[in-house]
Structure formats: structure tokens, C-alpha cells
Design a protein around this ligand. Sequence first.
Ligand code: C5P
Length: 310
Amino acid sequence: MTLPRTDLGPERETRVRAPGKVNLGLRVGAREPDGYHPLVTVFQAVSVYEDVVATPAEGFSLTVSGPQADLVPTDGSNLALRAARALAEYAGIDDGVHLHIDKAVPVAGGMAGGSADAAAALLACDAFWGAGLTREQLHDLAAELGSDVPFGLMGHTAVGTGRGDVLTPALSRGEYHWAFAVRDAGLSTARVYTAFDELAGAGSPGPDSDLELLHALSAGDAHALGRALRNDLQLAALELAPDLAETLAVAQDAGALGVVVSGSGPTVAALGRSRQHAHAIAAALTAAGVADTVLTATGPVPGARVLTSS
Ligand code: C5P
């Protein structure tokens, strides 16, 4: 499908926003023959956002802005560009697109920033080209791009199984307030899983469900949620970045209801009693010098959504 030339004016623009996430629970089983680990995870989308803007272009190109923009690859390996190409191929679109990413989610931080970019790029290209894919088609493309990309589309709160890509929405009441301690030096997801294998060995437990956590969410009980936070990858992340222990301790000393490494790390997520308390934890993390950047955010928030399209 080739769009009529009149539709390719420079004023056309589609802007999509997608959230980062925190894994409230992450239970990981032993590596399977396909190289992946089965997991049961509870995702919460948080108000740290990636904006992806699609504009007309001959081929496929990408620019990035934001505090860690220089850490993002802009070549063909970029997940948002791969998402655009995958959607074009799937929908039989012959046109190109330029994507601009305005990044706020930490790079390689365990908050699924790259996955949010890909989710936003899928939705942006779908709207930009008028491809009209269904939610299910977008989800399937997302799952091929990466384990966390489907949740970037869905947002809110969800239980992820399989590789984290098989999603069931979960009931969640209330608003949760977070402080995030971010490191400039990210951790590779693949390396963290390898460290997990070495630590857990053959005795690695199979994933089970996070009932306590789900009860806390459905009751809107932040204290119970804080107690139930759990991440099986945390020891592996600490093995690769031992000084994260101090970050965890500072957040705990600041009275966080719960502290956990987010996903494969190294971002540390600390749950506050209130928005003010999350800000106080953030201030303590900054004062202790245990993070390169400190963010505060609330969750849950919606998944990728079109902000404007012309
Ligand atoms: O799916 P994604 O590309 O985000 O995964 C990156 C790497 O993390 C994979 O290549 C794999 O080594 C590891 N991984 C895993 N088990 C999962 C998800 C990711 O071992 N459930």
C-alpha cells in the first residue's frame, strides 16, 4: 500500500506516549531450551513516559532527545525502528517514517524504556499510516519484538506469564507513589539472567503466583504491597552491581514501605506512603549520592496512547 502523495506533507505528525514499568513481583523459573526463563510477574505502569513522534520520511530514521539520549542506539538495532519496520512489513506499507523519541525512562534500567519505545512506535506507525491493526495484531507484533513490549501497549496493572508477554489485567485500587534511583551504567537483561542461572543453578524454583501481592493491590493497601514486593532477579543484579545494596539500604532507612530492584535492574524502586513521602525518599537517595538520577512517579497509568495525530 502506498499513500497518496498529498498525505505526505511535512505537517503530518503522530505523537504517542508510553509508560515505563516496575515489576512489583518477578518470579523466575529455570532457563528453558529456547534460552528464555518462564516467569510470573506483576507489572505496574508508572508515570515516567516515552513520547514517540512519527513524521513523514523516505526511509526509516530515528532521533532521540532526553537526559540519556546519547546512550540510545539510533541504528537498525533500535527497538522502535525495528517496531516500525515490522509493522510496515506486516501491513504491507511501502512508505518510510521518521521517529523522534523524547526519552524519560532510564536506558537499560529495568523499567522497560526500550520496550515502551517499541510499543509507542507500533501505535504511532499504525495511526500515522492508517494501517488499522487490531489490538491483538499489535500485541502479537509487540511480543515478537521483546518480552516487555506487550505490557507497554497495555499499561495499568497486569500479570505476565510465559516470557512476561502473556498478559492478564489485574485489579488495582488507589495510587502508589514511587521514588526511583537510576544509574547511568545500565545492566544487560541477558547478563542478569545468566547471573541468575549461575546463582540459582539447577535447583531454581518454578514460578508460582503472587497472591499476597494481588490481594494488596485489589485492597489498595500500600503497606501490604510494600511487604509483598519481590524480585527473583535482585540477587543477580546485586552480584553484577554490588553497590546497589547501599541504595536499597538508604531507601529502607528513609522509611520506604518496600524497596525492590526493578526488573533486571539496576534501577531501585522504593514505595512511599504518600506522594510527599516518595519525594522525601528521593531526597534521601540524592543526599546519600547512591544514584546518578532520582525520579518520582505514580502508578498505575495507562499503556501506549495516541496524544495527537494529524
Ligand atoms: O525478550 P527480551 O529481548 O527483552 O530479552 C532479552 C534477553 O533476556 C533474552 O535474550 C534472554 O537472554 C533474557 N530473557 C530470559 N527470560 C525471559 C526474558 C528475557 O532469559 N523471560
